[in-house]
Design a protein around this ligand. Structure first.
Ligand code: PEP
Length: 415
């Protein structure tokens, strides 16, 4: 194994990287980025690691969620608050139903790059580079927009900082206060068939809190402030490297662009550049595993990414799909058990359940999502393991990317 450094990934084959017309410009913007202040701190990162360690032992549950990809245009007050609202609502239900503390991690403040199966896209005989997320290029189908632009590295960093700044201010100001779940109502969800049930839960939680406070004679100050952590797929390694730093009085290197970076399924090759980069950072990390991950490859990943069995270090996010999880997951659970290592298991029921409609639109059906989660709990239990989290693609907007579930009652275009 080569000596690790923030740039040692460059000696490995890097999948899903971008070809820029001017590598000099890329290096210049990456150097600018490396001088800017970090987005998160090592204290926060270590605090999340401790919480994830607790979750791996069964003492907490991880809720990780957010947009498929953030866009610069959606860095707005409404989009950010709506995302927080839905995460808070979901965590309230999980706390109440699971009777376990919930760790809230957003897929936000950095989720600006996406892997693409094809480098190019052709429309009406015109072929242009694929859109890879606002970190890389822009989505309109013009040559100028699709040209990878290294200046966007700085724009993505700034948008991440703006998002995080607003989230921190909302949380510090009491937006996430469990005494006031009414702050989290979403307009479209108010009309859902399940709205009444949700409001009943929210009321009961707030009442129980007040009851406890009245008995104890103290206000549960902890409940006024809940933590939110950030995560993104650390796909663009030049961007990640630029924010990988040492910090005073701590060992090792931290990726300070996010608390919890993950390796996507397409870049989880144990010998590839992404795994090389991740093996040297001190953050808690996650890897997406699915039908393409062989038990042997997972065993290798455990060796490379989790050599010291450090509590909270590794989360495995499985995403098989509702029809494949029963056949695929038990073998991976066996590999982890045989390794003797502790990992946190998390289920992503979104990415293995994509279907394409007759019109070519990608969608998912709620029954598949629910089915995969239900199977995941049962399979872990049957294998003597425990599901400790869910990873959900979600948005606070009223969209039709997911079909089925509780209808909102008034949205046009929904089934
Ligand atoms: C994603 O989470 O955005 C993603 C692309 O997932 P996966 O790597 O599991 O396909």
């Amino acid at each position: 194994m080569v000596q690790w450094s923030p740039s040692s990934w460059r000696s490995r084959k890097a999948a899903h990287q971008v070809t820029y017309s001017s590598p000099e410009d890329l290096a210049r913007y990456a150097a600018d980025l490396a001088k800017l202040p970090p987005l998160v701190t090592s204290w926060e990162i270590e605090s999340l690691k401790a919480q994830l360690a607790d979750a791996a032992r069964g003492g907490r549950f991880l809720l990780q969620g957010g947009d498929c990809a953030e866009s610069f245009a959606q860095c707005t007050s409404d989009a950010i608050t709506n995302k927080l609202k839905i995460l808070l609502q979901m965590s309230l239900i999980l706390v109440q139903g699971g009777q376990t503390p919930v760790i809230r991690v957003g897929r936000f403040a950095g989720q600006y790059a996406k892997p693409r199966s094809d480098d190019f896209e052709t429309r009406d005989g015109v072929t242009l580079p694929s859109y890879r997320g606002d970190l890389v290029n822009r989505s309109p189908f013009t040559a100028a927009d699709r040209e990878p632009n290294p200046r966007l590295l700085l724009r993505a960093y700034e948008r991440s900082a703006l998002t995080l700044n607003f989230i921190r201010a909302l949380v510090a100001g009491g937006f996430a206060d469990l005494h006031h779940p009414e702050n989290w109502d979403l307009d479209f969800a108010r009309h859902s068939d399940l709205a009444e049930e949700y409001h009943g839960i929210a009321r009961r939680v707030a009442e129980s809190l007040r009851f406890m406070e009245n008995i104890a004679g103290v206000r549960a100050a902890e409940m006024e402030r809940v933590d939110f952590f950030t995560s993104h797929e650390a796909l663009h390694l030049t961007y990640e490297q630029a924010q990988t730093r040492r910090v005073p009085r701590r060992e090792g290197w931290y990726n300070l662009s996010t608390h919890f970076p993950w390796i996507g399924m397409r870049t989880a090759d144990p010998t590839g550049a992404h795994v090389e980069y991740f093996r040297g950072i001190a953050n808690p990390i996650a890897v997406k595993v699915g039908p393409s991950m062989s038990p042997a490859a997972l065993a290798e990943l455990l060796e490379v990414l989790h050599p010291d069995n450090e509590p909270g270090r590794l989360t495995l996010i499985h995403r098989f799909g509702n029809t494949k999880i029963a056949a695929g997951l038990p073998a991976l659970i066996d590999v982890v058990r045989a390794s003797g290592k502790l990992v946190l298991w998390c289920c992503d029921p979104m990415h293995g359940n994509t279907r394409t409609t007759a019109e070519g639109t990608k969608t998912r059906h709620f029954d598949d999502i629910l089915g995969e989660v239900e199977q995941a709990f049962a399979i872990h239990q049957a294998c003597g393991s425990k599901l400790g989290g869910v990873h959900i693609e979600l948005t606070g907007e009223n969209v039709t990317e997911c079909l089925g579930g509780a209808p909102s009652g008034w949205s046009s275009g929904r089934p």
